[in-house]
Design a protein around this ligand. Structure first.
Ligand code: UT7
Length: 347
C-alpha cells in the first residue's frame, strides 16, 4: 500500500503587520493583556481588496508545488481547509482549480476550523493509500480580518486571530520508512455553540428577530439588516471553556497517535501544535515533558490563523532546518466544533 509524504511545503502571509498597540486604536485592550494571556505580539492582515483566502492559498500552493518539483498540471486533487471562504458557496477549492489553470480535477473544501488542516491531511492520506491519487494539494488559508468585531465587545476574539496561508503537496511513495504513520480525528458537538459564527446560517435560533419570523415570511433573506445591526454577523466564543477542553484534548490525541504507533513523547522530534494560544502550547509541552526546542510556536508573530496555523508553523520549522529527513513530526489541533485531531509523520 502506498504511503503519503509531504513532497513540498509553502506558506504565504500578508505584508501588513498589525501590532497589539495598533489594535488599541479600535478597542479597549493593551499590549500587556494580549501578550500575557495569549503570547501574541503581532498578526498579519490581508489587503481588504486585493487578497482573499483563495489568493493567499494559491501563493502558498505555488511554493509547495515548486518545492515538490511538480507543476500545477501534476496535481490530481485539491483539498482546501478554511472557515473564511471567499464565498458562502462554492468553496475555495474550485477557485484554486480555476486560477491555477489546473485540469478538471476534484476539489473539496473542509470546514473543520482549527483542526481543518489535520482533517484535510487525513482525507488526502486515505486517497493516496487507496491508490486513487498520487499528488494532492492540501491548503489551509484564512482571511479572518474581514469578519471580526473590532469594537471592545469583540476584543476577546478579534485580538487572537490573524490572516495567512500554508500548503503542502502530499505525494504517494512506496518507501516504507517515511510518510504519514497515522491520523486521528475526533469531535464533540456538545461544544458546537461555544465557539461559533451562527450567521449566515439557516438554523434560526440565533436570529435576534427569530420570533418575528414564520412560514409566511418565505422568501425573506436569511441575513437581514437587523442581524447586522445587532452584530449577529460576528463569531462568538467562551474562551475559558475552549481553553479547558483544549488542554485536555491536545495531550489526549497526541498520546493516542503515539500509542497506536508504539512510540513515546520522547520519540517526537518536533511537535507542531495548532497555534491557538501560547499558554495552551506551553501547558501541552509541560504535560508531555517535551523540551522547548521540540515544540514549534510562532503565534507571537501571526496570531491564530486557524486552518493555516499548522502548515505555516510546519513550513517555518522546516525552513529553519528544525525538521530533517527521518524526523518524527507530530501535528495536533483543537478548536471549534469541538473538533480535534493529530497526525504522526516520519519526515
Ligand atoms: O483556535 C481556536 C480555539 N480558541 C482557543 O483556543 C481560545 C482559548 N481561550 C483563550 O485563549 C483565552 O480564554 C482568551 C485569550 C480568549 C481569553 O483569556 P482569559 O484569560 O480566558 O480571559 P477571560 O475571557 O476570562 O477574560 C478576563 C478579562 C475579562 O474582564 P473582567 O470580566 O475580568 O473584567 C474580559 O472582559 O479580560 C477581559 N478581556 C480583555 N481585556 C483586554 C477579554 N479580552 C480582552 C482584551 N483586552 N482583548
Amino acid at each position: 500500500m502506498p504511503r503519503s509524504i509531504i513532497a513540498g511545503i509553502g506558506m504565504h502571509v500578508p505584508e501588513n503587520v498589525f501590532s497589539n498597540q495598533d489594535l488599541t486604536k479600535y478597542m479597549d485592550t493593551s499590549d500587556e493583556w494580549i501578550q500575557e494571556r495569549t503570547g501574541i505580539q503581532q498578526r498579519r492582515y490581508a489587503d481588504r481588496k486585493a487578497e482573499t483566502t483563495t489568493t493567499m492559498g494559491i501563493e502558498a500552493a505555488k511554493i509547495a508545488i515548486e518545492r515538490a518539483g511538480l507543476t500545477e498540471q501534476d496535481i490530481d486533487f485539491i483539498i482546501f481547509a478554511t472557515l473564511s471562504p471567499d464565498y458562502y458557496f462554492p468553496g475555495c477549492g474550485v477557485l484554486v482549480q480555476r486560477e491555477m489553470k489546473m485540469k478538471e480535477i476534484g476539489a473539496l473544501d473542509i470546514r473543520n476550523q482549527c483542526s481543518g488542516f489535520v482533517y484535510a491531511i487525513s482525507v488526502a492520506d486515505q486517497f493516496i493509500k487507496s491508490g486513487m491519487y498520487k499528488n494532492i494539494l492540501v491548503i489551509g488559508s484564512e482571511k479572518h480580518s474581514f469578519g471580526l468585531d473590532f469594537s471592545t465587545k469583540g476584543r476577546n476574539i478579534s485580538v487572537i486571530f490573524g490572516d495567512g496561508a500554508g500548503a503542502v503537496v502530499l505525494q504517494a511513495t512506496d518507501d516504507a520508512e517515511r510518510g504519514i504513520l497515522s491520523t486521528h480525528l475526533h469531535s464533540d458537538g456538545n461544544g458546537a455553540e461555544i465557539l461559533a459564527m451562527y450567521n449566515p446560517g439557516t438554523h434560526g435560533n440565533h436570529w435576534h428577530h427569530f420570533a418575528d419570523f414564520d412560514n409566511d415570511d418565505m422568501g425573506k433573506a436569511f441575513m437581514t439588516h437587523a442581524m447586522i445591526d445587532n452584530d449577529q454577523n460576528f463569531p462568538t466564543m467562551d474562551g475559558q471553556a475552549v481553553f479547558k477542553k483544549a488542554i485536555e484534548k491536545f495531550p489526549e490525541v497526541i498520546m493516542e497517535a503515539l500509542r497506536i504507533n508504539g512510540l513515546n513523547p520522547s520519540d517526537i522530534d518536533m511537535l507542531i501544535p495548532h497555534q491557538a494560544n501560547l499558554r495552551i502550547s506551553q501547558m501541552v509541552q509541560k504535560m508531555l515533558k517535551l523540551p522547548s526546542e521540540k515544540v514549534y510556536n510562532n503565534i507571537q508573530r501571526y496570531g491564530n490563523t486557524t486552518a493555516a496555523s499548522i502548515p505555516i508553523a510546519l513550513c517555518e520549522a522546516w525552513q529553519e532546518g528544525k525538521i530533517k529527513e527521518g524526523s518524527l513530526v507530530c501535528l495536533a489541533a483543537f478548536g471549534s466544533g469541538f473538533t480535534w485531531a493529530s497526525a504522526l509523520i516520519r519526515w
